[in-house]
Ligand binder design. Structure first.
Ligand SMILES: *Cc1c(COP(=O)(O)O)cnc(C)c1O
Length: 473
């Protein structure tokens, strides 16, 4: 058994003798944060209906709700913001963005959108017909909803290890190839508009897919004439794990691995708010001319003209530069390294977490953390509220509430994983912030017997986790 420190050194390819390394940037602008009193937090979480999405950001000390749009931009990105060409049509920044996507991801045609779900909406409308089936390596909330709204049905074909928080499998984002074959045999390739393949699978805990598995998926898809659409939101983080864990890939530049991943797929949807280090933005990119034409028709209806798609010129410039920065090896090592640092600290305190630690956050296993709270009382939701109460650290539920209901039967989906996600924004917090978070989680773990479950008192129709309200059960 390796100690966390030994493993730490091992994972970073460093000699056993301790030599620390630090973030590959220095801080030029700061934003004050406020530590609240326990009374203030009790009032705030009650007012928010025990849903951390409904808290005011002002009442949060360290905000680990999401890494979406919360990253810090670099001076180079901010400088690019001043070069925004705010023409309605044909902004020069669109062409910079298009060139960055073609160069780094290799897809031919680019449709900008306001964020990831805008791209998912357009892709789903363009390709899915009522009754279609879309196999994928675990669902994502907005991705699946757009597939369903277009009349399709998502079918999970991720390997079974992904549903087991204790399995140490290094590539829990892999596709179960036999299961995928079965799904294709059962429904027929003509009912499958595309395979929905995510890199760094969010809902499984930020778990990567291996290059080897993706190549095999490509072979299988080719044999049946099925397209692969890539959710590239966290492709750089996935590439980092490939570089660290996959035989034959060590030392290979991240940019090169990303390029190969993309070359194995036919297009992507992207939330630029994650890997690409911006506060807003996204795109759809495809290789097929016909799909591009259809998407270009749809984007003017739902997002904006095809050379801005809901983004301003300056936003597109920031995305173009963010894509470039996201592929620097020292950036991604520090980004994932900070997540691992927090994860090792929490694990060392005996707290049950999803193994292996993922690329964008540490996922607490609420089923093992709060075994006395029944699933009907939303243990992960209750745990996120308890952590906020302890320290003002904001996390989010990724369990029964996020999984929503089956659109056919109306029953609550009951995912195997019941998790609380501590998501780390990129380039925003320091190691001291991570220490404070780990200490708070440890303190809550010590008091876990006192945490009670919740009952849902308001349930929105779509993506209920964003706006649902709760009361103590
Ligand atoms: C965030 C995210 C999306 C949706 O993107 P938005 O920009 O939030 O609309 C889609 N897929 C994955 C994997 C994501 O993490």
């Amino acid at each position: 058994m390796q100690t966390p420190q030994a493993r730490y050194n091992f994972e970073f390819g460093m000699p056993a003798r301790k030599r620390s390394w630090a973030e590959p940037f220095k801080i030029k602008v700061v934003e004050p944060v406020r530590l609240t009193t326990p009374e203030q937090r009790r009032a705030a979480i009650a007012e928010a209906g025990y849903n951390t999405f409904l808290l005011r950001s002002e009442d949060v000390y360290i905000d680990l709700l999401t890494d979406s749009g919360t990253s810090a931009m670099s001076d180079w990105q901010w400088a690019g913001m001043m070069l925004g060409d705010e023409a309605y049509a044909g902004s020069r920044n669109f062409y910079h963005l298009e060139a960055a996507i073609q160069k780094h991801y290799g897809y031919r045609y680019v449709i900008p959108t306001h964020q990831g779900r805008g791209a998912e909406h357009i892709l789903s409308r363009a390709l899915i017909h009522p009754g279609d089936v879309i196999p994928g390596n675990m669902y994502f909330t907005t991705t699946r909803l757009h597939q369903e709204l277009a009349g399709g049905r998502f079918v999970d074909v991720i390997i079974p290890e992904a549903h087991d928080p204790e399995s140490p499998h290094p590539f829990k984002g892999n596709v179960d190839l036999e299961r995928l074959e079965e799904v294709i045999r059962e429904h027929g390739a003509s009912r499958i508009p595309y395979l929905s393949i995510a890199t760094s699978v969010n809902m499984a805990g930020g778990q990567p897919i291996s290059l080897g598995n993706l190549r095999a998926v490509r072979d299988l898809a080719d044999r049946h004439g099925i397209r692969i659409m890539h959710d590239a939101t966290r492709v750089a983080e996935n590439a980092y794990f490939i570089q660290q864990r996959e035989p034959g890939q060590e030392g290979r530049p991240i940019a090169e691995i990303v390029r190969e991943i993309c070359s194995l797929t036919d297009g992507c949807t992207m939330s630029a708010k994650k890997d690409a280090l911006v506060n807003i933005g996204g795109f759809l990119a495809v290789n097929d001319r016909e799909i591009y034409e259809e998407a270009r028709n749809l984007v003017v209806v739902y997002e904006g003209l095809h050379t801005y798609g809901g983004m301003s010129g300056r936003d597109m410039e920031a995305v173009a530069r963010g894509i470039e920065e996201s592929l620097h090896d020292d950036h991604i090592r520090a980004r994932v390294g900070q997540v691992l640092y927090l994860g090792y600290k929490i694990r060392a305190a005996g707290v049950p977490i999803v193994e292996p630690i993922g690329g964008h956050g540490v996922f607490l296993d609420a089923k093992r953390f709060l075994p006395h709270v029944p699933r009907e009382q939303y243990p992960a939701q209750a745990l996120a509220a308890a952590i906020y109460l302890d320290s003002g650290v904001r996390s989010m539920e990724r369990g029964t509430v996020s999984a929503g209901r089956n659109p056919q039967t109306g029953e609550e989906n009951r995912p195997k994983l019941e998790l609380v996600r501590l998501t780390i924004p990129r380039r925003v917090y320091t190691q001291a912030h991570m220490d404070v978070v780990a200490e708070s989680v440890e303190a809550v773990f010590g008091e876990r017997d006192n945490i009670r479950g919740l009952k849902m008192v308001y349930e929105p129709r779509y993506l209920r986790f964003f706006q649902a309200r709760f009361e103590p059960a």
